[in-house]
Design a binder for this molecule. Structure first.
Ligand code: ZN
Length: 281
């Protein structure tokens, strides 16, 4: 297993961790000063008419884009909505390329309002992802399929386990050309009894490892993620499995915490993130 301590090149921060309270260039300076080498911004922080400005801000801070968050939902209620989603996601892939991000995180969308055909919804999402293949290949930006905890199946994602993500990769990219990959997020995946076998199956398709912790007394399934070490996830074991499968990218901290960490002073949050990455992950 890789030693993270002192290795700026192996650790990154998702900007959501600081609660989107400041402009990207300010966040980038803080992240770099705290000893991280990578940053993953969100679309609403980037002017996609001029993504070169955000790219310049990251470069000026001495950071690389770890990824780009994220797709709009591909599970629209009708064909026109689904086409519009594909179009918006093409634009995001193009912006990601300008940022130098190796992948766009794909959060695929939940079951549309009024719908009950879960299998049909999943098939439509796969169609939407397939429609993005030419742009992913032309830009060189992969789509990182991120399975979300099943509690989000109605409102955020009908892709819910790493095993399902591997199945989708095999369907979408049977020749393993590499235009789709998988983002493993500890918060979404830790409970899954098949996690370790699925990670081994995923192998080098894993392009991202997101870490935080699952608090025993979770107050909000969306925005009460814990700091690494404050919850129940064996993060070192997870990193061991992902690296044993061939993952060699940076470990990314992604903490949505409206009730706690977003209320705290950003430099202190980043210091704690770095220390916990070293001591817990
Ligand atoms: Zn994530």
């Amino acid at each position: 297993m890789r030693e993270l301590a002192g290795r700026r090149d192996l650790i990154g921060v998702n900007t959501a961790t600081l609660g989107h309270r400041e402009p990207l260039e300010v966040v980038a300076r803080r992240v770099a000063a705290a000893g991280f080498g990578w940053i993953t911004p969100w679309r609403h922080e980037v002017d996609e008419d001029h993504p070169e400005r955000a790219a310049a801000a990251l470069r000026a801070a001495g950071l690389r884009a770890g990824g780009y968050c994220r797709t709009v939902y591909l599970s629209g209620a009708d064909a026109a909505q689904r086409r519009a989603a594909v179009e918006a996601n093409r634009r995001a892939l193009e912006a990601a390329a300008v940022l130098g991000a190796p992948f766009l995180v794909a959060v695929v969308g939940g079951l549309p309002e009024g719908a009950t055909d879960l299998a049909g919804c999943r098939a439509q999402v796969l169609e939407g992802l397939a429609a993005l293949q030419p742009t992913a290949q032309a830009t060189g930006v992969r789509l990182a399929l991120e399975p979300l905890h099943p509690v989000y199946a109605t409102d955020r994602s009908v892709l819910n386990t790493v095993a399902q993500a591997v199945d989708w990769c095999e369907q979408l990219d049977p020749g393993a050309q590499g235009w789709v990959g998988i983002a493993v997020d500890a918060y979404h995946a830790w409970w899954d009894p098949a996690l370790e076998t699925s990670i081994a199956r995923a192998g080098r398709r894993i392009v991202a490892l997101h870490v935080c912790d699952w608090l025993r007394q979770t107050r909000d399934p969306l925005q009460d993620r814990g700091m690494m070490g404050d919850g129940v996830i064996d993060l070192r074991r997870l990193r061991y499995c992902v690296e044993a499968a061939g993952f060699d990218g940076p470990v990314e901290v992604e903490i949505f915490s409206r009730l706690d960490w977003w209320q705290r002073e950003p430099d202190g949050v980043l210091r704690t993130c770095r220390e916990r990455l070293w001591s817990v992950c």
